[in-house]
Every structure is written in C-alpha cells, then in structure tokens.
Design a protein around this ligand. Structure first.
Ligand SMILES: C[S@@+](CC[C@H](N)C(=O)[O-])C[C@H]1O[C@@H](n2cnc3c(N)ncnc32)[C@H](O)[C@@H]1O
Length: 379
C-alpha cells in the first residue's frame, strides 16, 4: 500500500522521498523480519533453553530474556528502534519548515467547534516520565508559546507508524468504535459524546461523523496536540469541542455524557490512572449511557508466549512502560469496582471497510486477522 499521508504539513519532494524510504524500511521489518523471530525461537532459542533448564520457557520474562540473547532478535530489535527514530526525524523537517503556518491554522475565525487549553493543568507523571513511542517531546512539550508542533509531528508520524493501513485520515479505529456502539447498543442515540485521550482527534472525528446529531467533546492532557486537532477538525469541517483536561478528573458536570469512548488511552497511563479514568467515566455518564474503551490487544492470557514477547517489545524498547502491565491487568474487574456492574470485554475486528466486518465482540482474538480489545459497559 503506498504511503500517502493526508496531513496539514505537506512534505516537499525530498522530504517525501525520505519518508517513503522510512515507510519502506518499516514495512520490510514488519513483513519480512518480524516473522523470522518465530523460527529463531523454535529452532534455536527454545531448544537451547531446554538443554540448559530441562524444560521450556514458562513465562513471558523467561522467553524474552532467552530471545534477547539471539543475534537475529537483537538485530531485529535494533532495526525496529532505529526505524522508529528515523520515522520521527523524517517528519520533523516537514513540520518545522511550515511551523508558522501550522501554528496560525489553530487560530480559526468562526470555528464550528472550540478549543480550550489550560496552562495550569498538571501533566501526569506517566506522561512526563518518557517520550512515548520515542516521539521527541511526547504529546505535551511546547517548543514555543501556543504551538501545534507535537500534534503535527504525531499526525505525520502516525501514518507511517501504522504503515498506512488506517486510511488517509487515520479514521479506521474511530469508525470501528462507532460500529461497536451501533452493534452492541443499537438503541443508543447519543446526545453528547466524549473521546478521552483524543491526541489530534483522528478517532474523534470518525466518531463525530458517525453520530452527527451529537455534540462531540474531546480531551487530552497535551495542549499542542489538541491545538492541532482543533485546526485539523476545522479544516475538515467537523465540529468538535477540544479541551485540555486530565481524564482522571475533568470539569464536566456529573452525568453530562451518554457516550464515552477512548482509543489506545489506557496503555499510556498507569495502574492508578486507569482506575481513576474508569471512575471518572462512571461519574460522567448519565444512567443508560455507554462506555466503549478500545485498547491495544490486552488480556495477555489470551495470547501465546511468543506473541506476548513480540508485542511486549513496546514495553522495553519503545518507551511504552505500561504496555505489559495493562495487558496483564483485569480491566473488567477494575470497571466493576468503578461502578459498572455489567462491564465486559472482548475483541473486535477492524478493517478499512467497516461495513463489511462484524462489530459484535468476540471472546477471543482472531489469530491472523486485525483485532482490537474492547472494554464496554452501560451505566
Ligand atoms: C496513543 S494516544 C491516543 C490516540 C488517539 N485516541 C487516536 O485514536 O488517535 C494516547 C493519548 O492519551 C493522552 N492521555 C494519556 N493520559 C491521559 C489522561 N489522563 N487524560 C487525558 N489524556 C491522556 C496522551 O496525551 C495521548 O495523546
């Protein structure tokens, strides 16, 4: 699939050429090199482990540490990180060359939605402690006053990070969330919708378009990402009310929303943060309201050890320190403790053509297909 980004920062010829190279490198690693780890595990790592211990690896840690001694896995891991760093570097030039225009784009006259930043907001330590997925400055660092740089870099990089499979507007996950809402709660007609951890609103806009009669709000702790998200939403003509808020404790009134969603928020928080976000979700939903939190494939208990190690690479090398932990956490139990007595979870297929895919949750992930974990409940 060609890499053809639809972002506000337009690459020139040389920048696009460089970005295509990085895209090609990442595609090559994902398609050709990553699968080789399985053969290395089967033919070298596990037999050597058995010779040394008289048994095979019994948990994720044992297998990971054994894999990390294999030269193939070391080379793969280094290339993964290198390509990730090259990805962010390759979009920085494009963004910085146009930064004044991009910053200006956030000052929209007569917007259909709105933007509310809070310079006094305390950014949670789980966000300030690392540059998530090696993105320089992560989601919240401002390079100059009132800037959108982190958002513009995220937008351009995200296309490459997902290898272009999420649609030109990176809206596939938002469309899938909306389809889950329709599939699981067909009677829900949301009046007010909230997207928590919206970043630049890639999923928010798809949800907003799926429920066009609803008033859509989107929150994130990062100011530069929501400034960019506001500019992007207005450029696309989709009204969304962005505000800089911590999803653990917002300033919305109790029972303000009838649909609250998130996409890949929890794995970038913490054990306490995730619980508090569920408690806040419960406070913000009116009776009968619905939550659909969609995450990276959690419930490691559903995955073979090999897949846990390959996916858990994020934890140890891609600055996603909570990844392994959230995949091992019982989010249904946490949601029930937060007040959602009917909380349940499952998996959903996603594709670029949401109309063709079933949107009911399944108990187990469909191996070999694209799927996401979903935590859902009705208040
Ligand atoms: C992986 S990104 C989410 C991507 C986005 N939902 C999408 O679908 O494109 C995680 C986002 O959650 C935000 N975030 C993390 N903890 C948060 C919190 N407690 N409150 C609000 N936003 C938070 C981060 O700043 C980041 O922008």
């Amino acid at each position: 699939m060609p890499f053809d980004p639809e972002t506000l920062a337009k690459p020139n010829h040389d920048e696009f050429s460089r970005q295509r190279f990085v895209f090609g490198l990442k595609t090559f690693i994902a398609g050709d090199l990553t699968p080789g780890n399985r053969a290395v595990m089967d033919r070298q790592v596990v037999p050597a482990f058995k010779r040394a211990h008289g048994r095979g690896p019994e948990n994720r840690r044992e297998l990971r540490q054994a894999m990390e001694r294999a030269p193939y896995h070391q080379t793969w891991s280094s290339l993964m990180l290198l390509a990730q760093e090259m990805m962010w570097e390759s979009v920085e030039d494009t963004v910085d060359r146009q930064i004044d225009d991009l910053n200006a784009a956030a000052h929209v006259t007569r917007p259909r939605g709105s933007l509310r930043v809070n310079p006094k907001l305390e950014i949670p330590r789980y966000i300030t402690a690392v540059d998530h997925h090696v993105m320089p400055g992560s989601y919240y660092v401002e390079t100059e006053a009132d800037d959108v740089r982190a958002g513009a870099i995220f937008d351009a990089g995200a296309n490459m990070y997902h290898l272009g499979v999420r649609g030109r507007q990176t809206d596939v996950m938002g469309l899938t969330i909306a389809a889950v809402v329709r599939g699981e709660y067909p009677d829900l007609v949301p009046q007010r919708v909230l997207d928590m951890g919206c970043t630049i609103g890639q999923s928010t806009l798809a949800v907003a378009q799926s429920f066009p009669r609803a008033e859509t709000h989107a929150i994130d702790v990062g100011a530069p990402v929501i400034r960019y998200g506001h500019a992007r939403a207005e450029a696309m003509g989709i009204p969304v009310h962005f505000s800089q808020q911590n999803a653990e404790k917002t300033d919305f009134a109790t029972g303000f929303f009838d649909l609250i969603v998130s996409h890949i928020l929890f794995h970038e928080t913490s054990a306490k943060g995730a619980v508090r976000i569920l408690e806040e979700t419960h406070r913000l939903l009116k009776p009968g309201g619905v939550m659909v939190h969609m995450e990276v494939p959690v419930r490691y208990r559903d995955l073979p050890l090999y897949d846990q190690v390959i996916r858990g690479w994020q934890t140890h090398y891609n600055a996603e320190p909570f990844w392994d932990a959230v995949c091992s956490m019982d989010l249904v139990k946490a949601a029930k403790a937060a007040g959602f007595k009917n909380a349940r979870d499952g998996y959903v297929l996603w594709s670029r053509d949401p109309e063709r895919e079933p949107r009911r949750l399944t108990a187990t992930p469909n191996q070999g297909r694209e799927w996401r974990y979903v935590l859902t409940a009705r208040r």
